[in-house]
Every structure is written in structure tokens, then in C-alpha cells.
Design a protein around this ligand. Structure first.
Ligand SMILES: [Zn+2]
Length: 338
């Protein structure tokens, strides 16, 4: 079993989703990685920050494939023994650490990557590796390592077994302890420019009239846009935005707005609110900034930070309802300030 902690069911989905074809905007970074490998200049630890929110485990997988492929060109070949093992999720020199599903919590994803998971990884990396070109461990989303987990990784990050590369893939590098960041070489990858994103989405079969909205909601990230379009979330988002306009214009109150969206789960709620806040933060930042605007932006950013924290709602629906109403009222207050 190559995946240290691939959650049940996720490994299958992962393998099916992966093809050797990288997204066009990912190719430069993969080339850079292959170049370092060729020059024998790979760092022990590579911290790659994603400028997007879309799930990026496929991209991480592709990076692992690039490091282990026996026959890479500009991208992993997709045909060698190593690539085939990667695609079958059974490469002996590849380890993947991610959030696990918790059977005690309805198989929901754990909030953190735990210290036990990192210890298992370290143990695995201490074992003799096969005859391949190297060994790779991928940790994603790396910002989810809790403090103890991050601390336990430090020594390995500094002195891993020869030929080992640890890739820490993250959406929020700043949330990683400085001790981790300082031990890694840091790279960053952003989503492509608008036009390239639109072309790519059209190529994925998204209807032309839906592309601008999808990209808008996804803040320009084509993968996120495709995901939102594919899982029906875009429609939920639009319904919510319409209700939110009514709420901001005092046509409905907060309880009615929450009640109108009663089919949403916690994660969906959080995403809807974050998307709406992001949209308004961007509008505010792009508009002329006077003193009132600055205050408004500050409040919106504080609310955004708050909306990133999980809603503490496990106990009762009433609790959830109250928290959401509170968030919505704060949002209204911030937007209409000044
Ligand atoms: Zn290959």
C-alpha cells in the first residue's frame, strides 16, 4: 500500500481522476521540477503554495509521478513501470498523507493531519526503498498538519534519507510554522489568465454562457469553476446571491434567508458566505478607497477570516441557524457601512 493515509474511497477516485496530462498552466512548474531532478539539484523539502482553492491532490500526484517516472520528457511519460504504479496507486516509493476520514464521526474528514500520520510517514521513509530513481512523499493540504505533526516532521525535512523529496502542497503557506517554511524551497502556482481559463473550460464542455459566472464565483480559478458547474453548486450559489440581495435590501430578514437555504450542509454554507465575501472584497479593493472604504474592507477581511473557521455546529441545528444569522448580519453591517 503506497498511500500512508489515503482515506477509504478517496484513493480510487484519485486514481481515476489522474491522467498523465497536466493542465496547461501546470506544465511550467512540472518542467522546472523535472529540470532540477535532471541536474540532481532537488531540494529535500519543497513547499508549493497554490493560489487557488480547488482540490489539488491530482496535481500533487502528478508531481510525484514526475519525480519517479523512469522516462520523463516535459511531463511524466505515463507509460513506464513507475507511472503505471502511480496510476494504480501502488508505487512503493510514493507516500501520500492527507486528512483521514473518521469512522467515529460519520466518516467525515478529520480537521487535521495528525502526528500519528506523520510518524507513520517517517517510519515508511526510513525503510529501504526500491531501485527507482528516488522517493517522494506528498503532504496535502500541508497547512492542515497540526502543530505536533508539523514539529515531528522537522528533522526529516532537514535530513531525509538520500534521494527523498518531500512535497508540501498548500493553499495557505502562511499557516505553516516558520520552522517548516524555512526548511523548504518555496514555489507558487497560480491559476491561468482569464482568456486561457475560458478556453480551457470551453474545452471541458462547459456551456459558453455559464463560463463567466462560473469563473466569477470561482475567483478566476478554472478547476474550481469546473467543479462548481459539475456538482450543481453554481446554481445554489446563484440562488443564495439572489436571496442575499433581498436581505441586504431589507426585503427579507436573516432567519428567512437561512431558512430558504435549508438543504445546504455546513461546508456549503461556509463556501457560499466566503464566495460572497470574496466577491465584495474584490469589488471594494478595486473601487476607489476613501476612509469609509478602508474601514469596510477591513471589516470584510475580518469577516472573511472568521468565515474560514469551521462553524461550531455539531450539536444542534438551532445553533447553526443562530451562527449563520449572526454571520449574515455582520456581513450586512460591513457591506453597508459608511
Ligand atoms: Zn513514466
Amino acid at each position: 500500500m503506497s498511500a500512508v493515509s489515503t482515506p477509504d474511497g478517496e484513493s480510487t477516485a484519485l486514481v481515476n481522476a489522474v491522467t498523465p496530462a497536466a493542465r496547461p498552466w501546470q506544465k511550467a512548474l512540472i518542467r522546472q521540477l523535472l529540470q532540477l531532478r535532471q541536474q540532481d539539484r532537488l531540494p529535500h523539502g519543497l513547499l508549493i503554495e497554490l493560489g487557488t482553492r480547488a482540490d489539488s491532490r491530482d496535481f500533487g500526484w502528478l508531481l510525484g509521478q514526475a519525480l519517479l517516472c523512469s522516462n520523463p520528457g516535459q511531463v511524466p511519460c505515463g507509460h513506464c513501470e513507475s507511472c503505471r504504479l502511480m496510476l494504480a496507486n501502488s508505487h512503493p516509493d510514493f507516500s501520500f498523507v492527507t486528512r483521514e476520514r473518521n469512522p467515529k464521526r460519520d466518516h467525515k474528514l478529520n480537521r487535521d493531519i495528525s502526528v500519528d500520520q506523520i510518524r507513520q510517514l517517517i517510519h515508511r521513509l526510513s525503510l529501504t526503498r526500491s531501485q527507482g530513481p528516488g522517493r517522494c512523499a506528498l503532504i496535502y493540504p500541508a497547512e492542515r498538519m497540526n502543530r505536533e505533526a508539523a514539529n515531528s516532521l522537522l528533522k526529516t525535512l532537514e535530513e531525509p534519507a538520500p534521494g527523498t523529496t518531500l512535497i508540501l502542497l498548500t493553499h495557505h503557506a502562511a499557516r505553516l510554522p516558520i520552522t517548516i517554511r524555512s526548511r523548504c524551497q518555496r514555489w507558487r502556482i497560480d491559476h491561468p489568465p482569464r482568456e486561457e481559463a475560458e478556453d480551457w473550460l470551453a474545452g471541458q464542455g462547459v456551456a459558453a454562457e455559464r463560463i463567466p459566472t462560473a469563473l466569477g464565483v470561482a475567483c478566476g480559478d478554472p478547476e474550481q469553476a469546473l467543479l462548481l458547474e459539475g456538482n450543481g453548486f453554481l446554481d445554489k450559489q446563484q440562488a443564495f446571491e439572489k436571496q442575499l440581495q433581498d436581505f441586504l435590501a431589507q426585503r427579507i430578514d436573516a432567519p428567512s434567508l437561512v431558512a430558504a437555504q435549508k438543504d445546504l450542509d455546513n461546508d456549503e454554507w461556509r463556501q457560499l458566505i466566503r464566495d460572497s465575501l470574496l466577491l465584495r472584497i474584490r469589488e471594494q479593493a478595486e473601487g476607489g478607497i476613501d476612509e469609509a472604504g478602508k474601514q469596510r474592507l477591513k471589516q470584510l477581511l475580518a469577516l472573511f477570516a472568521r468565515s474560514e473557521r469551521p462553524l461550531q455546529v455539531e450539536e444542534t441545528n438551532l445553533n447553526l441557524q443562530l451562527q449563520l444569522e449572526d454571520l449574515l448580519l455582520s456581513m450586512k453591517h460591513a457591506i453597508q457601512r459608511g
